[in-house]
Design a protein around this ligand. Structure first.
Ligand SMILES: Nc1ncnc2c1ncn2[C@@H]1O[C@H](COP(=O)(O)OP(=O)(O)O)[C@@H](O)[C@H]1O
Ligand SMILES: [Mg+2]
Length: 262
């Protein structure tokens, strides 16, 4: 089902869903800072970030190396905590949460995709994805996972179910990693330079897989990148520089990943 094609019937007239229906904000961050201390050296990786992210949107966070992108993504994903400021995901205050609460938050709500795919070499594509559903098994809050083969079909890997990672190209491994991240149907998919290790054409296939997961599962998808070309496919782009958001733009007509250029 395409979210974009969705419509509502109101009193005999049909309206496209985007019109007049504000998307629900799920992340609220205010005044986030993150200072790293290494010996006597202090690095201010984030210097006061305010942001809101809405359910279902595809957001690119664009910035040069060292601008604080990974730091911000790790805080949104509950992998790290800010030095000051607040961040909330729906009714979860991530700032005040202890390690146990953050683990539960990640397990129930977040999928991660990193630059390197981190698949288990001794398991097939299907087994790598199935493992993610088994880890959630026994969690009373876990929602019904997708069928692992279905998740692989969604990312265009339905004909590689029994391949081992060593039998797959980098782009194919990354698509398996995306299937593994979305099989639990997370509310949010956080991607740190997902095409960073890939050539241009392969990168576009990976972005297409992310776009499909975003549309078909309605997953809020955040892609951080230093590659400005990717922002053409986003609903919204935030530009990060030296730990601050310096620009925000909305894209009325995002292009399909296949049409990207960089
Ligand atoms: N664990 C860490 N310890 C110390 N400094 C760090 C750590 N992680 C990141 N930094 C520093 O914080 C700044 C922002 O890093 P990062 O968020 O990784 O940026 P980006 O992902 O945009 O390249 C950089 O100057 C980096 O050197
Ligand atoms: Mg980074």
């Amino acid at each position: 089902m395409s979210r974009r094609g969705a419509a509502v019937q109101l009193g005999g007239d049909t309206f496209p869903l985007e019109v007049g229906v504000a998307k629900r904000t799920v992340f609220h961050a205010r005044g986030l800072t993150r200072t790293y201390r290494v010996g006597d050296v202090e690095v201010q990786a984030l210097r006061g970030i305010d942001l809101e992210l809405a359910a279902g949107e595809f957001v690119v966070i664009l910035g040069p190396s060292g601008s604080g992108k990974s730091t911000l993504l790790n805080i949104l994903g509950g992998l790290d905590a800010p030095t000051s400021g607040t961040v909330r995901f729906e009714d979860h205050d991530l700032t005040g949460a202890d390690a146990r609460a953050l683990t539960q938050y990640r397990r129930e709500h977040v999928g991660f995709v990193f630059q390197f795919y981190n698949l288990i070499p001794s398991l097939t594509a299907l087994e790598n994805v199935a493992l993610a559903t088994e880890l959630a098994h026994g969690d009373p809050h876990a929602r019904a996972a997708q069928d692992p083969a279905e998740a692989l079909r969604l990312v265009g890997m339905g004909d590689r179910l029994d391949h081992f990672p060593s039998q797959l190209s980098g782009g194919e491994q990354q698509r398996v990693a995306i299937a593994r991240a979305v099989v639990k149907k997370p509310d949010v998919l956080l991607c740190d330079e997902p095409t960073g290790a890939l050539d241009f054409e392969t990168g576009k296939l990976v972005l297409d897989a992310l776009r499909r997961a975003n549309r078909e599962l309605g997953t809020l998808t955040v892609v951080i990148t230093h590659n400005a070309g990717i922002s053409a496919m986003a609903d919204r782009t935030l530009r990060l520089r030296s730990g601050r958001i310096v620009d925000e733009s909305r894209n009325a007509s995002p292009v399909e990943p296949a049409a990207l250029n960089w």
